[in-house]
Design a protein around this ligand. Structure first.
Ligand code: PGA
Ligand code: ZN
Length: 426
């Protein structure tokens, strides 16, 4: 039974305040979780509560969210069985009473929801992934590693937010990490040789001033080769343009000198890249409200590559349902803090599964050293995780936890290419 909740205002990887929650059980077991924060957030996401006091952290303090945790939320959950995750999450949702968790804040609610799961796992004497899997199959995910950062995540010249590598051909998670880290170092060497900066962006990828988005794809292919791997076989490319962030009626690619495009023209650009580069996945290729554009993109490209919706669905079954009905993609990005409780996140995943969609467990650009999503990705058996470059401690915290889980599972560890049915584009 839950005995006590404690909140703490800590810092995220961008130096902004965020919420950490510790749940203590009567047995003495406890669980702690920290909440991440996005920069290119979807308009329909659950909202994080910020104090708005200009004298503290430019208004970004989270003391009010923490007060909610220690008063109102504690009052509602103390005495409840920590194993009753669904019940506790629905108590939290009802207590908040708003559709987007604005009253108590998705940051306070999610922190409690995750910490409850951690405490219950500790009480059961199980690793978090095993507790969350509840006897169902588990799988190590193939990482999507953001090695070149642009858009709102970096002061680079790239209007596309994320250029990622996916070591799909690796035989194990451990080897996938090695393929990716070696490619990351090869990329650093190529950038340095061309006189570019090798400073990194929010998610640990390099943030150079390249000529345009296409140059980024070319450079990644060269880095894969230089590291001794085969592009399209060992390592593929995944993109998250995060197109909402450069949509102003048209898609504005002027930052990288590619002019302005409508949906159709942007999809044509993607098609031309897919035929040239080993791209296997494109997330948020269009803006969050461009449902017809997503439909067209899935019709044109969905047979060949993974089309992922992030800002358009915000891990919310109402939007995912529409996406399934209208065939707007064939996969969804899953972020706990877009919806705000562990149970609702699992519901969104079940929904994807029932439609035969793939799903990718994801970090946020503002992260902490919390590694909940590593265990969560293993337990949810989707075979994909997106959690940044193999660089910056808040990103490697997740990868290192996955290495640990793979080690613990030993011969039972399953690692497989989740995109193997897709005809590779190279
Ligand atoms: P965010 O970006 O965490 O800044 O929202 C991540 C993404 O768009 O996938
Ligand atoms: Zn995204």
């Amino acid at each position: 039974k839950i005995a006590n909740l404690n909140g703490l205002e800590i810092l995220d990887s961008r130096g902004n305040p965020t919420v950490r929650v510790t749940v203590e059980l009567e047995s003495g077991a406890h669980g702690t979780a920290s909440v991440p924060s996005g920069a290119s957030t979807g308009m329909n996401e659950a909202v994080e509560q910020r104090d708005g006091d200009p004298n503290r952290f430019s208004g970004k303090g989270v003391l009010r969210a923490i007060e909610h945790i220690e008063t109102e939320i504690a009052h509602a959950v103390v005495g409840r069985d920590a194993c009753a995750q669904i019940e506790i999450d629905s108590v939290l949702v009802d207590l908040d009473g708003t559709p987007n968790k604005a009253r108590l804040g998705a940051n306070s609610i999610l922190g409690v929801s995750m910490a409850v799961a951690c405490a219950a796992a500790a009480a059961a004497g199980k690793p978090l992934y095993a507790y969350l899997a509840a006897g169902r199959p588990v799988r190590l995910p193939v990482p999507m590693m953001n090695v070149l950062n642009g858009g709102r995540h970096a002061d680079s010249s790239l209007d596309f937010q994320e250029f990622m590598i996916m070591p799909v051909g690796a035989p194990s998670f451990r080897e996938a990490m090695r393929y990716a880290a070696e490619t990351f170092h090869a990329l650093r060497a190529l950038l340095a040789a061309d006189g570019h900066t090798t400073a990194v962006g929010d998610e640990g990828g390099f943030a150079p001033k390249l000529a345009n988005n296409e140059a980024a794809c070319e450079l990644i292919v060269r880095a894969i080769e230089r590291a001794g791997y085969h592009p399209g076989e060992d390592i593929c490319i995944a993109l998250d343009p995060a197109a909402t962030s450069f949509h102003d009626g048209n898609y504005n690619l002027e930052r990288s000198g590619q002019g302005r495009k409508n949906s159709k023209e942007l999809i044509e650009l993607y098609e031309s890249w897919v035929s040239k580069y080993p791209i296997v996945s494109i997330e948020d290729g269009l803006a969050e409200d461009d449902w017809s554009g997503f439909r067209r993109m899935t019709a044109e490209l969905g047979e060949g590559i993974q089309i992922v919706g992030d800002d358009i669905y915000v891990t919310n079954i109402d939007f995912i349902r529409r996406g399934i009905d209208e065939k707007c993609s064939n996969a969804a990005l899953i972020k706990l803090n877009q919806i705000g409780t562990v149970s609702e996140t699992i519901d969104a995943i079940e929904f994807c599964r029932s439609a035969g969609w793939r799903y990718i467990i994801s970090h946020r650009s503002g992260e902490t050293e919390d590694s909940f999503i590593a265990d969560f990705a293993v337990a949810m058996d989707g075979g994909q995780i997106k959690t940044g470059a193999p660089c910056r401690g808040e990103r490697t915290a997740k990868y290192n936890r996955l290495l640990e889980i793979e080690h613990q599972l030993g011969a039972d560890a399953i690692f497989d290419n989740p995109l193997k049915e897709l005809p590779f584009s190279s």
